[in-house]
Ligand binder design. Structure first.
Ligand code: KMH
Ligand code: ZN
Length: 273
């Protein structure tokens, strides 16, 4: 089995300091949280950024400042900006961090309900355009799928030449599709041979889905974007604490942790010079 790639989604766009006071907003806080996750064993930082008051933004210069701060603290970690941003943002807003030529970026492969009246819109035109720009710039997409239909859509777009192999999927379970071992097994068996996958279990599903992925040979995402608790009713002190828990589970189950360079090899990411 390959070593385990741990991604830390340190910030997100929806969770706030009211949910957990340790959710980072400022450049310094984002750097601190990325460093805590990296030191604990994360090789990828899935990155959203905020203004100092907590408002989510896809502003290119804010991303630049946060990426520089993360690079200063952990030069080798893989930084994966979000192109999902927050519900309601335009495609142009969302694409801004890709201009900074990160090694990876998220690519959301479908539209879904996002609570209340919110709809997270990803039309066919959006997905194909985002994929085209990422291909042109040599940015490896992490294909975000919230249900099995989005896997099918990604495979269709791959066959049409829009999304390149080897594909790397993130199964976000517990929003639209259930976060059960049955559903994880179903979706993990639906991706093409040679693809890789990670799972993000939302809320209380974070660690059970992590344990399942560790056993199944997949990879794991944790972090405040998905879950703010270290155990039932106990807020996590940092993203690093969430990563440490995954590392402990993996060690108990005999799975080694990948370094960023090992993650680059597993995901076929060409390092930037
Ligand atoms: N905040 C969500 C609307 C991504 O990062 O690509 C979108 C999201 C997915 O978090
Ligand atoms: Zn995200």
């Amino acid at each position: 089995m390959e070593k385990l790639i741990i991604t830390a989604a340190i910030c997100g766009a929806e969770v706030t300091k009211e949910n957990n006071p340790n959710v980072p907003y400022t450049v310094e806080e984002i750097g601190r949280e990325a460093e805590s996750a990296y030191k604990a064993g994360a090789s990828i930082i899935h990155l959203h950024v905020r203004w100092d008051d907590g408002t989510p933004t896809q502003d290119r210069e804010r991303f630049r400042a946060c990426i520089e701060e993360i690079r200063r603290r952990c030069p080798v970690v893989i930084i994966q900006p979000s192109t999902g941003g927050a519900v309601g943002m335009t495609d142009e807003e969302r694409l801004q961090p890709v201009e900074l030529l990160p090694e990876m970026a998220s690519l959301d492969c479908g539209t879904l309900n996002f609570g209340g009246n919110d709809i997270f819109v990803n039309t066919e035109t959006t997905i194909k355009n985002f994929a085209k720009i990422m291909n042109e710039k040599g940015v490896k997409p992490e294909i975000e799928v919230f249900d099995k239909g989005m896997v099918d859509l990604a495979i269709r777009y791959h066959k049409q030449g829009h999304i390149l192999a080897p594909m790397h999927f993130n199964f976000v379970l517990g929003v639209q599709m259930d976060a059960t071992v049955r559903d994880l097994a179903y979706i993990a068996h639906s991706i093409p041979e040679g693809s890789t996958w990670t799972v993000s279990g939302i809320g209380r599903h974070e660690f059970p889905m992590a344990a399942a992925a560790i056993i199944m040979g997949g990879h794991v995402r944790v972090g405040f974007e998905d879950n703010v608790y270290i155990s039932k009713g106990v807020l996590a002190k940092s993203n690093g604490e969430l990563v440490e828990k995954v590392v402990r589970i993996a060690k108990e189950l005999g799975r080694e942790i990948a370094t960023p360079d090992e993650a680059r090899r597993i995901l076929s990411i060409k390092p930037r010079c």
